[in-house]
Design a binder for this molecule. Structure first.
Ligand code: DAH
Length: 347
């Protein structure tokens, strides 16, 4: 027994501990439950009583030696690691840089939230559309200027005197989703459709070739203009605060009759007039109206039984009013110095 203890001791002394891996192997070999030293302790029990004292002493000092060697190697390895990496590994880690949502995403989410609270669902349609869903079924005249190549990005334009209903194009507004929803669902319909739209515009502070819109549509029995007005007032108050006022100005859209544009009171000057609202006290936010019976019929909905309202707004426009950032290009450049300013607005 004595010999075995001495042999183990000299082996443990000579064992090369060069890294974390060999340190762990040392521990397993000598100190772990099934290691060589605990195995000697098992044999210790069977020794005659007169040998126990001396052997017990040797065994304990062997165990102490191996434990000390393990602990001191562990310590020197971690300080060596700190020296080579140049870092103090016991320091708390550097906090992660938190990302932030894009302001357009924040406003889109907020608008979706506001309408979901009053029962609107969210629906989406394709960005690559056809003439039918973007123009014809929305009651655009064959020679309407919006169909012009100067305004619309065509992917495939079938040339000819008259615009072909199978032209493939990038949708110029999310009103096309109205058509897709009405084609495939029966009233009552209450939905909003957020999405990207594309127009053939030169990029400037006030115009961009890509932007985002949210379309709203409600079709049921006995829907009136008063319903539309009330929902828009609710929406404006939720988005801009209780003190906001709205006004509706008569307007024209091929797909609504009557049509209107909605302004909100300028949140910068409170309606007194400033350079943001160009002295008028009002800021234009969206277009709206009662769905034209021709549109309902084109989508297979009985325009005698049902009526509806629709509205559409630019998300960049809403974000501009909310954050007073009035250069559209900033929303597309993805400069982190701009985006990180919205960090606290995560919703
Ligand atoms: N589609 C229109 C646009 O892009 C916005 C719009 C106006 C949508 C009136 C509507 C509406 O649903 O009723 O400018």
């Amino acid at each position: 027994m004595k010999d075995r203890i001495e042999k183990l001791r000299s082996e443990a002394e000579a064992y090369l501990i060069a890294d974390q891996e060999s340190l762990e192997q040392f521990r397993i070999l000598y100190l772990s439950k099934k290691g060589l030293i605990p195995a000697l302790f098992d044999g210790f029990r069977e020794l005659p009583a007169d040998e126990k004292k001396e052997i017990g002493f040797l065994l304990n000092s062997l165990k102490q030696f191996a434990t000390d060697r393990y602990n001191s190697s562990k310590e020197s390895l971690s300080s060596a690691e700190a020296a080579t990496t140049g870092r103090d590994l016991s320091m708390p880690s550097v906090p992660f840089g938190m990302g932030s949502r894009h302001p357009i995403s924040i406003v889109r989410r907020e608008i979706i939230d506001i309408f979901s609270r009053i029962g609107f669902t969210v629906s989406e349609g394709p960005e690559i559309e056809d003439d039918n869903h973007v123009f014809s079924m929305l009651n655009f005249a064959k020679d309407h200027p919006a169909r012009d190549m100067q305004d619309t990005f065509y992917i495939e334009k079938i040339s000819g005197e008259e615009s072909d209903p199978h032209d493939v194009l990038l949708r110029t507004h999310t009103s096309s989703v109205q058509v897709r929803v009405m084609e495939s669902q029966n009233p009552p319909i209450r939905t909003i459709s957020p999405g990207r739209v594309f127009r053939n515009e030169a990029v400037s502070a006030r115009a961009h070739c890509i932007f985002h819109q949210i379309e709203g549509l409600y079709v049921a029995e006995n829907v009136s203009f008063a319903d539309l007005k009330q929902v828009l007032l609710y929406f404006a108050r939720e988005l801009f605060g209780k003190d906001v006022s709205i006004r509706l100005r008569p307007s024209f859209f091929p797909f609504t009759e009557p049509s209107a544009e909605m302004d909100v009171s300028c949140n910068l000057c409170g309606g007194r007039g400033c350079n943001v609202c160009k002295g008028t006290g009002w800021l234009e936010l969206l277009g709206c109206g009662m769905v034209d019976p021709n549109v309902l019929e084109a989508c297979g909905i009985d325009s005698v039984k049902y009526s509806g309202y629709a509205f559409g707004m630019g998300i960049e426009r809403a974000a501009m009013l909310k954050y007073r950032v009035n250069d559209l290009r900033l929303y597309f450049e993805n400069d982190v110095r701009f985006l990180s300013q919205f960090r606290t607005e995560i919703v």
